[in-house]
Design a protein around this ligand. Structure first.
Ligand code: ADP
Ligand code: 5GP
Length: 187
C-alpha cells in the first residue's frame, strides 16, 4: 500500500473541513497536516488542531527558511503547509492536506508521483452561499470575498485528478473513501 499526499481543495464553505473530519474518523491510516496561518482563529477553532496561528514575522521567517512545502496569501493572510511534518509523516502514513488549488498544484509539481488532487465542488453557487451564511463565521464582506474567490477556485477544477460534488454529505464521504482506497492500493 502506498503512502500518498491527498490534497482536498474547493471553495470556502463547500464542506472541506466537515468532510476531512469524517475521513479521519473513518480511515485510521490518514493523518491531517495542520497548516500555519497568520489569520485570527474563528470562534470554536483550536490552535494546533485547525491551524497553527502565527504572526506575520514568524511566517515570513518560515518562508526564508524553506519551512513550507507550499504557501500562499489569501484574504490578506498567509497560509502554508509545514514541509518537515509532511515529509516525516509520509514515511509511515498517508497525509491529507486541506489547501487551495494553487497550493495543491504546487504540491503536484513537487511530488507528482505521490500527490492526489481532489476537488470538492458545491451542487451550485446558491448552496455555497447558504453554507457560508449558515456557518456564521464571517462578516458579510468576508463572505463576498470568499464567494468571489470561489469562482477562481471552481475554474481550476479540471486540473484536479478527481471532482467530488458535496451535495449529500454521506455520499460525498463514501466517494472520497473509495478514491483514497483505490489510490493507496494502486501499484
Ligand atoms: P469549508 O471547510 O470548505 O470552508 P465547512 O466544512 O466549514 O466548509 O462547511 C461549511 C458549512 O456547510 C458548515 O456549516 C457545514 O456544516 C455545512 N455543510 C458541509 N457539508 C454539507 C452538506 N453536504 N450539505 C449541507 N451543509 C453542509
Ligand atoms: P480559511 O480562512 O477559510 O480557513 O481558509 C481560506 C483558504 O486558505 C481556503 O481556500 C483554504 O483551503 C486555504 N488554505 C488553508 N491552509 C492552506 C495552506 O496551508 N496552503 C494554502 N495554499 N492554502 C491554504
Amino acid at each position: 500500500m502506498r503512502n500518498l499526499l491527498f490534497v482536498i481543495s474547493g471553495p470556502s464553505g463547500v464542506g472541506k473541513g466537515t468532510l476531512v473530519e469524517e475521513l479521519l474518523k473513518a480511515d485510521g491510516g490518514l493523518q491531517k497536516s495542520v497548516s500555519c496561518t497568520t489569520r485570527l482563529p474563528r470562534p470554536g477553532e483550536t490552535p494546533g488542531r485547525n491551524y497553527y496561528f502565527v504572526d506575520r514575522e514568524a511566517f515570513e521567517r518560515g518562508i526564508e527558511e524553506n519551512a513550507f512545502l507550499e504557501y500562499d496569501a489569501h484574504f490578506e493572510n498567509y497560509y502554508g503547509t509545514p514541509r518537515a511534518f509532511v515529509e516525516k509523516t509520509l514515511k509511515t502514513r498517508s497525509v491529507i492536506l486541506e489547501i487551495d488549488v494553487k497550493g495543491g498544484l504546487s504540491c503536484k509539481r513537487q511530488m507528482p508521483e505521490r500527490t492526489v488532487l481532489i476537488f470538492i465542488a458545491p451542487p451550485d453557487l446558491r448552496a455555497l452561499k447558504e453554507r457560508l451564511l449558515g456557518r456564521r463565521a464571517e462578516t458579510e464582506e468576508q463572505i463576498e470575498l470568499r464567494l468571489a474567490r470561489a469562482e477562481y477556485e471552481l475554474s481550476r477544477r479540471e486540473q484536479y485528478d478527481y471532482v467530488v460534488v458535496n451535495d449529500d454529505l454521506q455520499q460525498a464521504k463514501e466517494e472520497l473513501l473509495a478514491i483514497i482506497q483505490r489510490e493507496k492500493n494502486r501499484n
